[in-house]
Design a protein around this ligand. Structure first.
Ligand code: ADP
Ligand code: MG
Length: 311
């Protein structure tokens, strides 16, 4: 007996390095007409490195003290930024003191009490929100009325290399420094984006929580023209829902715990296995188990062929 087309497509997808969870999931993958991609950990490798440590004047911190402070707050987090900060601190032999009252703010950053002082590490675009969220979680009387972002470094953020992002470190709601992180584009990202553009009416859409500059550079390097940056996890969900309200069936491709809501809202979802969070893996229709993003368009094509054979 010959295998039903959708099952044999699942077997072929497996050889491409994509684990499709069921025949129904296989079918959904071929129904999509729009693809939305996350940036960090999806278009990029998701293992950034700390390439800049800048204490702010007046903070009383040197680079090592700033990095150690950030690492203490980030230690409990599994976010790629957090792993990079902890790795950099360890590489310099810095002590990482245990933090208390750790809180993760998805898509924003982290907050924790380190040595009795409240430390936040997060988006530099939004220091007031990050500090206010951290303070609200603990001591409402400490909510700052105004928190100014740090002055731009003299070299300017636009001169940072492709894939760079900057996060702000604050102590007791006062900015004390910035960390710059550099991620590498996946080598197969441009080919995957081009193949996806060929399979859908419009090209892929980039949805990211990172800043507009980092998003634009990743998009330019992969030939993606529809870019939406500075999105919180719920903004990613709304972007997916909005596309679907306009009659599209969206495939969302992402890796992080922050991507799970968008994966759930989309018609179909693929999670990246290597760096992916457990929640993303659970929510997706399929998991990319090999480091090859071109398997995404390949599996959409496989599903379309199988569906034609079923109908
Ligand atoms: P993406 O959509 O690109 O995967 P995320 O939604 O995970 O990005 O994060 C968006 C932004 O929020 C990051 O670029 C970073 O500035 C900030 N951020 C998120 N988590 C952390 C963290 N643990 N430490 C510092 N910054 C963080
Ligand atoms: Mg991500």
């Amino acid at each position: 007996a010959t295998m039903p087309p959708l099952l044999s497509a699942i077997a072929t997808a497996g050889r491409h390095g994509v684990l499709v969870k069921s025949a129904v999931a296989m079918e959904r993958l071929g129904e999509v007409d729009t693809v939305a991609l996350d940036k960090t950990g999806t278009l990029t490798e998701g293992t950034p490195e700390v390439t800049g440590v800048r204490p702010l004047p007046g903070s009383g911190l040197d680079a090592d003290a700033l990095l150690a402070l950030a690492a203490a707050a980030e230690h409990p987090s599994e976010h790629p930024v957090a792993r990079a900060v902890v790795t950099a601190a360890r590489a310099r032999g810095l002590p990482i003191v245990p933090a208390e009252e750790f809180t993760a703010m998805p898509g924003r950053g982290v907050a924790a009490v380190v040595g009795g002082r409240r430390v936040t590490v997060g988006r530099s675009e939004d220091p007031a929100a990050a500090a206010a969220a951290a303070a609200a979680a603990a001591d409402a009387t400490r909510v700052p009325t105004e928190v100014r972002p740090p002055a731009r470094p003299a070299d300017g953020r636009d001169s940072t290399p492709t894939g760079a992002t900057t996060v702000l470190v604050s102590r007791d709601a006062t900015p004390v420094g910035t960390l710059t992180l550099t991620d590498r584009l996946r080598p197969d990202a441009p080919a995957a984006a081009a193949a996806l553009a060929g399979l859908t009416d419009a090209g892929p859409v980039l949805l990211t929580g990172d800043n507009a500059g980092a998003a634009a550079r990743a998009a330019a390097a992969t030939g993606i023209t529809d870019v939406r940056a500075d999105l919180l996890p719920e903004d990613k969900v709304n972007a997916v829902r909005d596309l679907q309200r306009h009659g599209h069936k969206v495939l969302f491709v992402g890796d992080g715990v922050n991507d799970a809501p968008a994966l759930a809202a989309a018609h179909s979802g693929i999670a990246l296995g290597g760096v992916g969070s457990d929640l993303a893996l659970e929510t997706a229709d399929a998991v990319l188990v090999r480091d090859d993003l071109t398997a995404v368009p390949a599996v959409v094509r496989l599903s379309r062929t199988a569906r034609r054979l079923v109908l």
